[in-house]
Design a protein around this ligand. Structure first.
Ligand SMILES: [Zn+2]
Ligand SMILES: [Zn+2]
Length: 230
């Protein structure tokens, strides 16, 4: 069954919110509803969303989850390893008044600080339905395999469906996601990337921000990334 992917770019960090369904089937997953619930809802009016999945619990991947979960009456699925991450995100907001946007924070605070303010609406309560490594989510006729790919965060997951993998902030064109900050770890993300690189070279990689790539395009660069250390 052919998977169909739709991308909705949302929020201050241009997060890729992915909609995933089988061709000819209305049942769909929404992955990483990071902001802008109206835009995401508008992108799925012809579909029946059965669940929301979080690749990880950073604010830029979850902000619209509570509103959309309530609207669609669907569960929010996440890996339990990320349980400390959302409380940590909230702690940063309490201490500083702003979301931590990683390496983009200083630029954003200098240019458009209001975009790093927490939204007026309700915040996620952090509750999720746990998913485990190797678990298969059946979405209509699609089989979506959960791969635990920690490192950017302890409970980061990738979602493998046919010849496509949604990598969240674990793998991008040009390298792994950000580490060196709270709850992240570079050797761990490299182990996760090595695991993703066992997939066939033609596998399309759909990251949590920016452009798509493929396993075969990125795989030859692993050594450079390990040597540079990020
Ligand atoms: Zn992240
Ligand atoms: Zn992100």
């Amino acid at each position: 069954m052919t998977p169909v992917l739709r991308r909705v770019v949302v929020g201050v960090l241009d997060t890729n919110c992915w909609v995933l369904h089988a061709d000819g089937d209305r049942r769909a997953l929404v992955v990483d509803p990071g902001d802008d619930a109206p835009a995401i809802a508008a992108a799925v009016t012809d579909l029946d969303v059965v669940a929301i999945v979080l690749t990880h619990a950073h604010f830029d991947h979850v902000l619209a989850a509570p509103e959309l979960a309530a609207r669609w009456q669907v569960p929010v699925l996440a890996h339990p390893g990320d349980a400390p991450v959302w409380p940590d995100e909230l702690d940063v907001v309490r201490r500083t008044g702003f979301w931590d946007a990683g390496t983009a924070t200083d630029d954003l605070l200098a240019t458009t600080p209001d975009r790093l303010l927490p939204p007026a609406g309700p915040l996620w309560d952090g509750r999720s339905t746990p998913v485990a490594d190797g678990e298969v989510l059946e979405v209509g006729q699609l089989r979506v395999e959960v791969l635990h790919t920690p490192g950017h965060s302890p409970g980061g997951i990738s979602l493998l469906v046919g010849e496509h993998v949604l990598t969240g902030d674990t793998l991008f064109p040009g390298g792994p996601g950000l580490t060196g900050t709270r709850l992240s770890d570079f050797p761990t993300i490299i182990r996760s990337v090595r695991r993703l690189f066992e997939l066939p070279g033609g596998t399309r990689v759909h990251p949590g921000h920016g452009a798509d790539t493929s396993i075969g395009t990125e795989r030859p660069h692993l050594r450079e990334w390990v040597v540079r250390g990020w």
